[in-house]
Design a protein around this ligand. Sequence first.
Ligand code: AMP
Ligand code: MG
Length: 420
Amino acid sequence: MLSVEQAYERVMASFQVLEAEEKPLLECIGQVLAEDIHSPLALPPLANSGMDGYALRHSDIIGASPETPSNLSVIGIVAAGQMPDKSVAAGTAIRIMTGAPVPDGADTVVPFEETDEVQRKREGKTLDQVAIFADMPVGCNVRPAGEDVSKGALVLEKGTVVRAAEVGVIASLGLDKVKVIRRPVVAVLATGDELETTGTALSGGKIYDSNSFSVAASVLASGGVPKLLGIARDNLADLNAKLEAAADADLVVTSAGVSKGDYDIVKDVLNQRGEMNFWSVRMRPAKPLAFGHLNGPGGKNIPLMGLPGNPVSAMVAFEMFARPAIRTMLGKAKLPRPMVDGVLTGPIYNEDGRRVYARVEVELRDGKYLATPTGPQGSNILTSMSKANGLAICPEDLPSKNTGDQVQIIMLDWNEEVQI
Ligand code: AMP
Ligand code: MG
């Protein structure tokens, strides 16, 4: 039986970064830039004011104070989005709003609060004069052209993940489309005679198919595009027929039918229509995990991951193998989830020399991550997965990890680019 590391290596060897696509900016959230982005302009394009105030020459306000103000003539006004129509000469100032271009001749902006503007308004005086009450440093409140980005500069590197901040930066350069690595299409297929589709009545002996949904949701959360193929019954003819719709997928993820029962046919289909790489991993849950490929159209190999049927096993196996595979195709640099060292508040057991991934609720208390097992750890107990935000690891060579022991925890909700 393969170790988790051996299985991981074999899975990852089958995946590479997908091609680029050009898309409207907002649709690229979470995707990886497939090109360097150089700025076609300086940001800001012109020197502009950081405050509402008066644009003036610093040499005119040296030594200014409330007792000895500098009195200047106000020769104009400039708002954001306008160009100044005058320049500032000695003894003059231009009223200026935040974001408005700083007029030629001015080198400093003094905010209204440091002038007599409020008092003049209160007294009904015109604003053609202003008294400056402070000697502010030269250049104060002037945001120079190119302060953020100079024209032609490399602003974002290929490989960067597009988040809200990158969307903002790209939009500030005036670009409305961008080249990113495309999202992988992941076909999701449940198998089992006992499965009923949600939204229909449940007849005797049946259960609802939950794996299609938890797997498709995991695909979405990992950045892939799920393609739901429905439910295949436990016979080769139906499984083969359902897999026809997977021809355009970058990955097929099935659930169930990979253990040693009479109707476990996912392995058979891999052997018949492609090649099986392995089907068992030394871990708990998710020991029966099949991986291989189907022969696709035009000689293309379509990787197929046969997740175990038990709902927790399916999710944990997805987490450990399918998520990093999807992230590889997306071009992400960081594949596994962030991990932390924590302390157990209850024991986790290892019955048979497999690596245990125990569902735990992690909380930070007094600077320590405390990990509390979320209840029964049977691989069918899906609600204990819902209560968990982490998977605590008991190594294969230890019979247990006990209360107070240090454990490594995979942080299930730390799903973006965080790495601790
Ligand atoms: P199997 O791998 O086919 O032996 O299935 C293992 C267990 O997982 C059985 O109890 C199945 O009923 C259950 N199971 C299989 N597929 C699903 C599914 N799509 N949704 C929920 N439970 C499932
Ligand atoms: Mg079955």
